[in-house]
Design a protein around this ligand. Structure first.
Ligand code: UD1
Length: 415
């Protein structure tokens, strides 16, 4: 339940990045030694990954606040069951490491999801090019391989988890792998840094060509997860949409350049330091901005819904073009329940900004859509009830506590 109560002010600390934490947890499958992971956020998706690993026989133990030690020496099964995969598509990230280290993997097919078809064909064809035999049977991906062989892989489409899966497969493969048209997201770089700390030889992470020289074994390491740029951006919008002033600390401005440019275009003052970003929208109404989602370093699809919320109360007309995922406008219907004026034409949303939104019951449909609804509610008159809030717990750590710290009137009614 959220009661719009005016500008938010103050400081909030960014958590570790969900999308870096998930592949890094799976990277522990690549060694029999212990991988210690720090700055791990407390999220549903992290917990799902922990359960996925423990049901395989992997030991995952707490090692202080926000830290775990993962040891896969006693792995007993290489199966990722449907019950877990259906709740989190990123479960596919166990496929590459299991094949590379154990020579086998059985991973339930993720299937469709709320934001489009999201196939995994590029993960599979890349692994086949490295020598894996893959069959689809009974809803499962059954994969087998001797030692994988290095290969030259050119991705048809830029895929984040696809790049990560093949990167994890390549580090233990025989010879050199070249990943072309690779994802350049900071989370891919963080995974590569963790793998290098484990003894891998990788060049070019963060560019569209990654070169991996396979090694015969990896060892344990200690790795700290990068800050969550999407959570950071969401809190900056919370400041902007309520016409307040919010500073996010323990973050990295370099990862958010495309987002900060859009906040400036919306009329916000943006200041950055080494590990903080502050947005200042006091005493003025945001201006509508146009957004076009593209792979990193372009504007991230995971910030699209939050900017739509901002455009809903901005001055002027904003256009949002979603090019990464089909069907990623489900939040638009819910925002309209709050009085937003949005027209959808194919993959483009046209938002005519209104002076005020009005609180209403709404329903979260996916992770970032739910963030957009919370943001809109913070700026709306009256009370908004956001249902199915479990979506938000998948990717935002204690969001209601963090927003309360900025002065928001928000409380969790049920889990
Ligand atoms: C990751 C992120 C997600 C983010 C997305 C895009 C994680 C855990 N999730 O998702 O938060 O929104 O990147 O930045 O990191 N595609 C294919 N075939 C494939 C794989 C992908 O056609 O084999 C297509 C998808 O349908 C989509 C596009 O490629 O249209 C990009 O998807 P991808 O980068 O793979 O998204 P995820 O890695 O699932």
């Amino acid at each position: 339940m959220i009661e719009g109560n005016g500008p938010l002010y103050g400081e909030v600390r960014a958590s570790g990045a969900k999308n870096a934490a998930l592949p890094i947890l799976c990277a522990a499958l690549l060694t029999d030694d212990t991988l210690t992971i720090r700055n791990l956020p407390q999220l549903w998706d992290v917990d799902t990954t922990r359960r996925l690993l423990t049901q395989m026989g992997v030991a995952v133990n707490l090692a202080g606040p926000g830290a775990v030690e993962v040891n896969a020496a006693s792995i007993s099964t290489c199966v990722a069951p449907y019950e877990l995969v259906k709740t989190m598509r990123a479960s596919i990230l166990v496929l590459g490491p299991l094949l590379a280290k154990r020579g086998e993997a059985q991973v339930s097919l993720p299937g469709g999801c709320a934001i489009g078809a999201r196939p995994v064909d590029l993960h599979l064809s890349g692994l086949e090019a490295m020598g894996a035999e893959i069959e689809l049977d009974g809803g499962f991906i059954n994969a087998r391989a001797g030692r994988l062989r290095g290969a030259h892989i050119v991705f048809d489409t830029v895929t984040v988890t696809g790049t990560e899966n093949l990167l994890m497969a390549a580090v233990l493969a025989e010879g050199q792998t070249i990943l072309d048209n690779a994802a350049r997201e900071p989370e891919v770089v963080d995974l590569a840094n963790c793998l290098v700390a484990m003894g891998a030889t990788i060049e070019g992470a963060g560019t569209s060509t990654i070169r991996v020289q396979g090694v015969s074994r990896l060892h344990g390491a200690v790795h700290s997860v990068i800050p969550d740029r999407i959570e950071t951006g969401t809190f900056l919008i919370a400041g902007a949409i309520t016409r307040g002033q919010v500073r996010v600390t323990h973050t990295d401005p370099a990862m958010l350049e495309a987002v900060l440019v859009k906040l400036q275009q919306a009329g916000a003052g943006v200041e950055t330091g080494g590990d903080w970003i502050e947005v200042d929208m006091r005493h003025r109404r945001p201006r509508a901005v146009d957004i076009h989602t593209t792979p990193h370093p372009g504007f991230p699809t995971d910030m699209q819904a939050q900017f739509m919320a901002l455009d809903c109360v901005a001055e002027g007309v904003g256009t949002i073009r979603e090019t990464i995922f089909e069907n990623r406008f489900m939040h638009a219907q819910e925002l309209m329940r709050l009085g937003a004026q949005i027209a959808i034409e194919g993959n483009t949303a046209i938002i005519n900004g209104v002076e005020r939104l009005d609180g209403a019951p709404v329903m979260a449909t996916d992770l970032r859509a739910s963030a957009a609804l919370v943001l809109a509610a913070l700026s709306a008159d009256g009370i908004t009830r956001v249902d199915r809030v479990y979506h938000i717990d998948r990717g935002y750590e204690h969001i209601e506590e963090k927003l309360r710290g900025l002065g928001a009137l928000i409380r969790r009614v049920t889990g």
